[in-house]
Design a protein around this ligand. Structure first.
Ligand code: SF4
Length: 411
């Protein structure tokens, strides 16, 4: 199969910036961000969440810096964090200066609520001294009132104008370590805003649908907006803004990049057929049990659970490993080749133990160790099942039916 990255439009060329040890933009992999929900002055609670987010796939974590105590908390959190920390600043530019003093690796400023150019420039000079980048984080919900008045609404043009104005203040003091976001909760508006912005600047872009809400709606909106842009080659770092445990945000962001082929697979990808009248097992239940059991093993492979042996192994041929049900048994297959036939009650167990071996020994070794009689047994099961459930997609049968209908229509 072709490298999935070749299906994505060439990535737009952006400047590279460094957020601590993590590069954003340039030729760096697209990164995942999330944000803590704890009170920042609760140092241990916040650190525990930062570790959970890093474990779930966050490359960068943002923490609010909304009080003096929060800034003090950051001074203790930053040196103990496993990933670079970005301080989120609203309204008080002095808290941006305090966050820089606490050692954060990045700042996020909202142009809508730090208004005075002199304040923005003072923060930029202090950030430049420490080589800390700034994200210009424009948000439809807190757009500058003048800009909003001129455009009549938080249109893509209004969001981009707000970002460009803020960037001009930063550039006026020779500050260029910038990344930008133009977030909106309406997915098409968000997409168009980033498209317009990407035509104007070469700074790296942070993608997100703001206030996306709880899953499943929030997840769907985030995936729709972020994926569309990533497939167009736009975007250097992403955040899912969900009304949910932020671990879900980080994990979802990471998985999205894996599914688009933009980051290496490091977690399980369980695929399963949607089930239909041909299913020989309760596919939903087997898939759920298999997912839980395999996730505990933390195996970075694609595993398929298919409801019947008639179509299952063929349809899931690209999966590393899979199981298909038929006549009380499970056909275990690797890359579409049946390697064992097991009782239905042992299907999940067989998937887990073969998954472990597959990761340890590799596909070639496991195919070589296959039970030679399994393929024959499996084919016999398949043919017996075909007698009961004739091939639904048979072209010959279909042609015959089409002919009968067509001739009938003529007469
Ligand atoms: S694999 Fe079998 S059970 Fe599952 S959807 Fe396809 S035909 Fe139906």
């Amino acid at each position: 199969m072709r490298d999935a990255r070749s299906f994505v439009r060439p990535r737009r060329r952006t400047r590279a910036i460094k957020v601590g040890s993590v590069q954003v933009g340039g030729d760096a992999p697209i990164t995942v961000q999330s944000m803590t929900t704890t009170k920042t002055h609760d140092v241990d609670g916040t650190l525990a969440q930062v570790y959970a987010l890093a474990g779930a796939g966050a490359d960068l974590v943002r923490i609010t810096c909304n009080t003096v105590e929060a800034a003090q908390g950051l001074a203790e959190i930053v040196p103990r964090s496993p990933v670079p920390i970005i301080a989120d600043i609203h309204f008080q530019y002095r808290l941006a200066l305090a966050a820089l003093e606490s050692g954060v690796c990045g700042l996020r400023l909202n142009p809508g609520n730090i208004r005075r150019p002199s304040h923005i420039k003072e923060v930029a000079r202090a950030a430049a001294e420490r080589q800390v980048p700034i994200r210009v984080g424009v948000n439809a919900g807190s757009l500058d009132k003048d800009i909003l008045g001129r455009h009549g609404d938080a249109t893509p043009e209004a969001l981009v104008e707000s970002a460009l104005l803020e960037i001009r203040y930063l550039e006026e003091v020779d500050f260029y370590d910038i990344k930008i976001s133009v977030k909106h909760s309406h997915v098409p508006t968000m997409i168009e805003s980033y498209r317009l912005l990407s035509d104007e600047v070469d700074y790296p872009l942070h993608l997100g649908v703001t206030e996306a809400g709880p899953p499943p709606g929030g997840l769907i909106k985030s995936v729709a907006g972020i994926s569309t842009l990533l497939m167009e080659g736009i975007g250097d770092t992403i955040r899912f803004s969900l009304t949910a445990d932020p671990v879900v945000e980080a994990e979802s962001g990471r998985r999205l990049l894996e599914y688009l082929g933009l980051r290496e697979r490091r977690s399980l990808d369980l695929i399963a057929c949607p089930s239909c009248g041909r299913a020989e097992v309760d596919v939903i239940e087997v898939a759920q049990v298999a997912q839980e059991a395999l996730e505990k093993e933390n195996l970075p492979i694609q595993v398929a659970v298919m409801g019947c042996v008639v179509n299952g192994p063929g349809e899931a041929r690209s999966a590393d490993l899979g199981i298909a049900a038929g006549r009380g048994r499970g056909h275990l297959f690797i890359k579409g080749e049946v390697v064992a036939v097991v009782p239905e009650s042992e299907m999940v167990e067989a998937l887990v133990s073969e998954g472990r071996r597959l990761v340890e020994e590799g596909v070639e070794a496991r195919l070589a160790a296959a039970d030679l009689s399994a393929a024959k047994e499996a084919e016999a099961d398949r043919l017996r099942l075909l007698d009961i459930q004739p091939e639904a997609n048979s072209a010959a049968e279909r042609r015959q039916r089409v002919e009968i209908i067509a001739r009938g229509a003529k007469t």
